[in-house]
Design a protein around this ligand. Structure first.
Ligand SMILES: Nc1ncnc2c1ncn2[C@@H]1O[C@H](COP(=O)(O)OP(=O)(O)OP(=O)(O)O)[C@@H](O)[C@H]1O
Length: 641
């Protein structure tokens, strides 16, 4: 039996379901499904080049749509349908069974917002209207027919709805499948996109690197181009300069060509002059040879004349030299000058007032010497007078020059002199003259070898002043140094002076108490005629000639003074003996005479004694002694062999 209430409720239910079918959300779902299809078609249609762009755009769209679909689907599922079997009002247990929500693809949960009370109330009202008590039978039959017809219509309509619902469920399943396929497809597309993206990124990276490299290469090329352009500019400038120089050179060339022409002309005239000159030279050479012969003869004559002159003057000569009063003698000791040079050969020693009695009131002592140099005589003047002896040395004589006098009378000043050009002494001036003469004589075939030694005799001890070593009896320890120029001589002189000074400080200023001997051995040979010519120069700075009694010396000083006096006396004796032509000359009486023996004896020897005098009144006795010694020596003549 058909239950009207149940039919009504069922009808109500399917009306609601139809309403659901017409739900705007489901319609929207459909629309989006269509849109997705169109997008997929669109994607399939898009060409490969635009694929990436489309994919990027559509992937976002798809993602949005998909999320919306998911949301909509959830919303759809969340819409609850009334379950007839479970309602309270299904009292009659209707056999109408609605299809399960799952089979329709709809969720089984109940939508709490849907109001079921309103239709139920309406049904009750309808039921009351239909089954109204007291209504007549015909009305009921009519009503029943209407209701049966209504029921049939409703059933038919419900079947349609049911089919419609099944279709929706089927299509829903198809959508699900499509969505799954689409998801796969989207995944594949995403994969393709990501691979394309990674390729794109790597390609972009590669392209970026290439672009970077291109930038670098471009920068380098730019730099090179800049350098090249600079070089180019420089080259242009150089080119300009070269072209200017070339023009100048061309002008110079023109001038030179002119000059060459002129020079060639000049050369021709010079050749002619040359021929004339060569003729003239030939005759001049003959004349020159004649002149050389004459000069040689003149030199030989000069040598003989010099020898003769020295002989006339005497082989032993005495030059007297008086030094000026020293500032200390004038200012401190208040001494006066007691020597008067009366002429170039005569000197007078005044007896000081305090000594007049002891000298028997003799006012002065007068002496004559070959040459007297007063206090104003320069080193140059003194040397000029004795330079003839140096010439004799070069001519092959032995020359001995002594400086004799008391301490501080000017012996060292005369022999060695000072450091300045003006004050340099006999030693330096002699050496300079010798080297000048050697150079001059080279043109006549003379060559010379020079050897020098510096030595000292102190208290009969012989010492080498170059090595600063003691020399034994054998003399072979004495060093002779060969010198080839005046420059080689100076350091040796300096060294000897220093060694003498060192000795002086070690031995209580023994420099004034020792005899200093400079020796030069000169060996000459003539390459033209084979002649030889050997001579020796001795410059002797004698020790101070103080007398023991007058010096009031004591101790070591007394000993030194005794040695000095002994050696000076021995020198005087030797000179005297030589003058007396004695058979035996006592050379061995002192180290000094023993050393000088070879150069004092014989006709090839020339001796000069400088008698150095102090003009001070305080040195009266010493000066008188020196003058007497000098007088004695100046009267000696060396014997001839
Ligand atoms: N002709 C001169 N002109 C100027 N000064 C001189 C002259 N002679 C000597 N003198 C000075 O007198 C001082 C003593 O001279 P020097 O040392 O030569 O004496 P010396 O006789 O060698 O003494 P010593 O025996 O003690 O060595 C020095 O200061 C020197 O410069």
């Amino acid at each position: 039996m058909f239950n009207h209430q149940t039919l009504f409720e069922t009808t109500q239910f399917y009306v609601q379901r139809q309403n659901l079918a017409a739900n705007p959300r489901i319609a929207a779902l459909r629309e989006r499904h269509d849109m997705m299809n169109s997008i997929i078609n669109e994607l399939n249609q898009s060409n490969k080049n635009d694929l990436k762009r489309h994919l990027l755009l559509t992937s976002d769209k798809i993602t949005n749509i998909f999320t919306q679909i998911q949301a909509d689907k959830e919303n759809v599922n969340s819409i609850n349908l009334p379950v007839q079997a479970d309602t309270k009002d299904n009292k009659n247990g209707s056999n109408f069974k609605r299809k399960s929500d799952e089979s329709l693809g709809l969720p089984s949960s109940i939508n709490q917002n849907f109001n079921f009370q309103q239709p139920l109330i309406q049904n009750n009202n309808l039921r009351q209207a239909v089954f109204k008590p007291g209504a007549d039978m015909q009305d009921l039959v009519d009503q029943n027919m209407i209701l049966e017809q209504l029921c049939l219509n409703q059933e038919h309509f419900l079947n349609e709805l049911y089919e419609e619902a099944e279709n929706i469920a089927n299509s829903n399943l198809i959508w699900k499948k499509e969505i799954i396929q689409m998801n796969h497809h989207i995944e594949n597309i995403n994969k393709t996109i990501s691979s394309l993206e990674s390729n794109f990124v790597s390609e972009v990276k590669a392209i970026k690197n290439q672009v970077m490299n291109l930038h670098i290469t471009s920068d380098q090329l730019q730099e090179e181009m800049d350098i090249e352009s600079e070089n180019n500019q420089n080259l242009m400038e150089q080119n300009k300069q070269y072209s200017q120089e070339l023009n100048q050179l061309l002008e110079i060339k023109k001038q030179l060509e002119k000059e060459i022409e002129e020079t060639e002309m000049h050369q021709k005239s010079l050749k002619e002059q040359n021929n004339q000159f060569s003729d003239f030279l030939a005759t001049s050479e003959i004349k020159q040879q004649e002149l050389f012969k004459r000069i040689e003869l003149t030199v030989a004559e000069k040598k003989d004349l010099n020898d003769e002159l020295q002989s006339i003057k005497g082989n032993i000569r005495v030059y007297c030299r008086i030094r000026p009063l020293l500032p200390s003698e004038i200012n401190i000791d208040k001494c006066s000058n007691i020597i008067q040079v009366t002429s170039s050969n005569n000197v007078a020693l005044q007896v000081p007032q305090q000594h007049l009695k002891s000298e028997n009131n003799q006012k002065d002592y007068r002496f004559s010497f070959e040459q007297i140099f007063d206090e104003n005589s320069s080193q140059q003047t003194v040397f000029a007078e004795m330079s003839q002896l140096i010439q004799s040395l070069i001519d092959g004589f032995n020359v001995c020059i002594f400086a004799y006098g008391q301490t501080g009378s000017g012996k060292t000043y005369t022999i060695e002199g000072g450091q300045s050009e003006e004050s340099k002494g006999l030693m330096q001036r002699s050496m300079e003259m010798i080297f000048q003469q050697i150079k001059y004589l080279q043109q006549f075939g003379w060559t010379y070898k020079l050897f020098v030694s510096f030595q000292e005799v102190y208290m009969e001890q012989h010492r080498d002043l170059i090595t600063n070593f003691k020399v034994s009896e054998k003399q072979d320890q004495l060093v002779f140094v060969e010198i080839n120029s005046i420059e080689e001589f100076y350091p040796l002189m300096k060294r000897a002076r220093e060694n003498r000074k060192t000795g002086s400080t070690m031995c209580n200023d023994h420099s004034s108490r020792s005899h200093s001997i400079f020796q030069l051995k000169l060996y000459g040979s003539n390459t033209k005629d084979g002649k030889t010519c050997n001579g020796t120069l001795n410059l002797v700075d004698l020790a101070g000639s103080e007398r023991v009694t007058q010096s009031k010396a004591e101790g070591v000083l007394l000993e030194e003074t005794k040695f000095i006096n002994r050696s000076l006396t021995a020198l005087g004796d030797v000179i005297n003996s030589l003058a007396q032509k004695d058979k035996h000359t006592p050379f061995r009486n002192s180290k000094l005479t023993y050393l000088l023996q070879p150069y004092l004896s014989g006709e090839g020897s020339k001796t000069l004694m400088f008698l150095n005098l102090s003009p001070s009144s305080s040195s009266y006795h010493q000066t008188l002694c020196s003058l007497r010694f000098g007088d004695k020596v100046s009267n000696i003549k060396l014997k001839k062999k």
